[in-house]
Write a protein that binds this ligand. Structure first.
Ligand SMILES: [Zn+2]
Length: 108
């Protein structure tokens, strides 16, 4: 059973947005056209791109929880990683390491 904190007024001021929630005032709106988005995990100081590339940031946000669940399935230590999204230059198109397992495929 998972429980989510209620969005009452006292909490909403200090509440941190989850990585899987796209924000209306997100900085991604300022990224150049063609920017690619990935679900990323930080393991110690190492960046791992789990899923992507996605055409837009909201889509990458939608995949954060699924990518995290899958990462934890294949690696118990993955619970301790930090998950989020990251923007990459248009030239960077390497598939995320979990793409196959998430049914995303390597190519678009
Ligand atoms: Zn965004």
């Amino acid at each position: 059973m998972t429980s989510k904190p209620e969005d009452d007024a006292s909490q909403s001021a200090s509440r941190q947005p989850k990585a899987s929630e796209h924000q209306d005032n997100c900085r991604c709106q300022h990224n150049p056209p063609g920017t690619n988005y990935y679900v990323s995990a930080i393991e110690d100081r190492r960046y791992v791109l789990l899923a992507g590339p996605f055409d837009n940031h909201p889509e990458a946000c939608n995949w954060v929880e699924r990518a995290r669940d899958q990462a934890c399935r294949v690696d118990p230590r993955a619970w301790f990683y930090a998950y989020g999204t990251t923007a990459m230059k248009p030239q960077y198109l390497k598939p995320g390491i979990l793409n196959d397992q998430l049914g995303l495929g390597g190519e678009r």
